[in-house]
Structure formats: C-alpha cells, structure tokens
Design a protein around this ligand. Structure first.
Ligand SMILES: [Fe+2]
Length: 385
C-alpha cells in the first residue's frame, strides 16, 4: 500500500531494545518484498516467529487442466458450485496462467489454521457474506463488495460470521497487486483523478496479541505444495507493527466511476494493477451523455489479452443469458461485443446498475478440468442473429 500505517506498541527507534513487562525482549520481524527495495513492515512478536516444532504433512497443489479444445468464448455458471470447507479448501480454480489463478469459493466453515501464500499477493472479492480477515496485523471485518488485498508474507485466516452465506472470487497473483501507478503522485499519494483514495482504504483494526501455548497449525503455499506446520505458540502474537505492507479492504461501492460524453474504455474501471494482469470494477453509473451516444460497448478485438468478467449483481447490459456469479471468458483471437439487439437497444438508456469484476490477463488463460463442468456450451453461438 502506498501509505504508512501503525497499530499497537512499537519502540521509538527501529532495531533497538524493546522490552516486555518481564524484561525480556520483544522479537522484531521485518516483512519486506522485492528484497529490501519494496514495501515493508516491522512487526514485534512476543516470541520468535521461527519456532516450527513439526512439519505435519504437505500436499500437492497441482491443477488438472482441460484437454485442448476449440478456441471459443466461454460462459461458466458458478452460482451452484459445491459449498463447503473453509475459505482455502473451498476454492475451485477455474482459470490459470503463469501470472494468476482465478478461483471461486463458497466456504461454510472458519479456517482452523493460519495461511500464507509465499509467491505473491491475493485479492479476495467478497460477493456475499460477512466475517473477519484475521492476521498478524489485526482484525479486518469484511462485507459484500469488499476487495480484501492480502500481500504475500501476511499470515491470515478468514472467519465467516455465523449463518452468513459466503461467496468469494479469489485472485492469486504470482507477484504484487497494487493500485495503478497512474493514480499515484511521486510520493505515493492518490491523485485527484483516481477513482478511490486513502479514505476508502480500510486497514486492519483491533490488534490483539495472543499469548497462548498449545498446538497451532500454519499452512504455507509455496513451490507447488501446501506445507502444514505445527507451532507451540499462537502465531498471532504481535503487539505492534508499522510500515507500508499490510492487508486492507476496499469496497467496490467506494470505487467512483469515471463517465464521459461517449463510451469510456475499460481502463477507466481499473482498480488494481499486477504483473501480467489488471483488475477492474464495473459499478452502477450514468451512461454516456453525447446526444448521439451509444451506451453499449463497441465490438472489440482484444488482441493481447484474455478478458474475464465475474458478474456480481445488476443487469449486465450487453450480455444475454448471464446470471449472478457467471464468469465469461473472451479470449484473445475472436472478437466479442454486445449481443444482437443490445447495441441499438442501449440508445437512450441513462444508467446501469451492473456490478462486475473484470480480470484482463496479458497471457492466455487455461481452463481447469473443474471449470469445464460449469460451462454453458451455447454461449459461443449467442451472438448469432
Ligand atoms: Fe472487451
């Protein structure tokens, strides 16, 4: 994140003696990305964060892919995917390349362990449900519409509220996910034209240092497997931290749409930038106001990207047959555009209530074997008059 934040107790000077009430030292940990040249935070633990006492097991995270098939536009209906398990176990990977893995999840249980992804940041879009994202950095309550941005290195778990039905879109990057550089000035502050700013970012709150002995499980996803570790002490034992690296929430309702007299291109919807892909938010907004404007998007040949849309709510103007939690994939190579009748039909419409998340990747995506079971095979022909 672009700005400095702190919670809890920290010493006046970094890397100096900071003592607990019994006179022993707190244990400082630097979490830094890109070696020592990226964002970083300093955390102060009750005990060293290094005390693994047992490796329980490790499991392969290998994904089964679709066999080769005809290049086509895809529509995946994810509304009825199997619910169950916690926020990690419930993930169903749908679309993958070397930069990103896009999954959906309908967890029904709290995570009984803490989790860290070692190779990149994650964004979890909360389509439905409330709960908390608990981490070494404090407690972050979430609600529908939140993008939970979790940098690599953060140890976290998701605890859904009781009787709150959960539906999530998980975007796991092999790199960092950040606000687009063009939204920031050279000091890292959000500029006036940015569609959101620091006031919309919700950092963790209520830091609790857990001083508990017992058996605590941590799972780390790295190098093609998830390894399960046991610790004798609660891993969330941080009394204070400061820095620029921390998980945060941004609600899609706080993304202010940019509109124009004629149709605005997708970059106006960009919310996050990552290595190899972007994340955009389509939110309720007024349509174009040129007297001859056509609000529906023009036909589009996306030559260098695969376009993925996750439909969260509202009536998606240019698409027929799409429902909540539908995912469409418009791969590079074949043009796409409004469905028959929608181009002319959009004229004179004043506003849209659509809510969707778009992920545009610069390398082709592969469908997983699980995704093929969700496919609406007629979608490719839905433009046929
Ligand atoms: Fe497009």
């Amino acid at each position: 994140m672009s700005y400095y934040y702190k919670l809890g107790a920290i010493p006046h000077k970094r890397h100096t003696q900071f003592r607990q009430p019994d006179g022993s030292l707190y244990h400082e940990e630097l979490i830094s990305v890109q070696g020592f040249s990226g964002v970083q935070s300093l955390l102060y633990h009750l005990r060293p964060p290094t005390q693994v006492y047992k490796v329980l097991s490790h499991q392969d995270t290998k994904i089964a892919y679709e066999e080769s098939s005809a290049l086509r536009h895809r529509h995946l209906r994810t509304a009825d995917v199997t619910a169950g398990g916690d926020a990690i176990a419930a993930r169903i990977p749908l679309l993958v390349n070397s930069d990103v893995c896009i999954s959906v999840a309908q967890p029904t249980e709290p995570m009984a362990y803490w989790y860290r992804f070692a190779h990149g940041d994650e964004v979890i879009f909360i389509h439905q449900g409330t709960g908390i994202l608990e981490s070494q950095y404090g407690v972050l309550p979430y609600r529908p519409g939140d993008y939970l941005v979790i940098p690599t290195g953060v140890l976290w778990r998701i605890l859904p509220d009781a009787e709150s039905e959960q539906r999530m879109l998980a975007i796991e990057a092999q790199g960092h996910i950040e606000p687009p550089q063009r939204y920031l000035n050279r000091y890292g502050q959000f500029l006036e034209h940015a569609p959101y700013c620091e006031r919309d970012i919700r950092p963790p709150q209520d830091l609790v240092a857990h001083d508990e002995a017992g058996e605590f499980e941590v799972q780390i996803k790295a190098q093609g497997c998830i390894t399960h570790y046991l610790y004798h002490y609660h891993p969330l034992d941080v009394v204070g931290w400061d820095g620029h690296l921390y998980p945060y929430a941004l609600n899609i309702e706080d993304f202010e749409p940019i509109t124009g007299r004629v149709h605005q291109p997708p970059p106006v919807h960009q919310t996050f930038a990552a290595a190899g892909f972007v994340i955009c938010s389509f939110v309720p907004r007024l349509f174009d106001y040129h007297p001859l404007a056509i609000p529906a998007p023009y036909n589009h040949s996306n030559v260098d990207s695969d376009e993925v849309l996750y439909y969260a709510a509202g009536n998606f103007m240019s698409r027929r047959g799409i429902e909540e939690a539908s995912v469409t994939v418009h791969p590079s190579g074949i043009p796409h555009g409004p469905h028959p009748g929608m181009y002319e039909g959009s004229i004179g419409k004043e506003r849209t209530d659509e809510l969707a998340v778009m992920i545009d990747t610069f390398r082709p995506l592969r469908l997983t074997a699980q995704a093929t079971h969700l496919e609406d095979l007629n979608y490719l022909y839905s433009w046929s008059a």
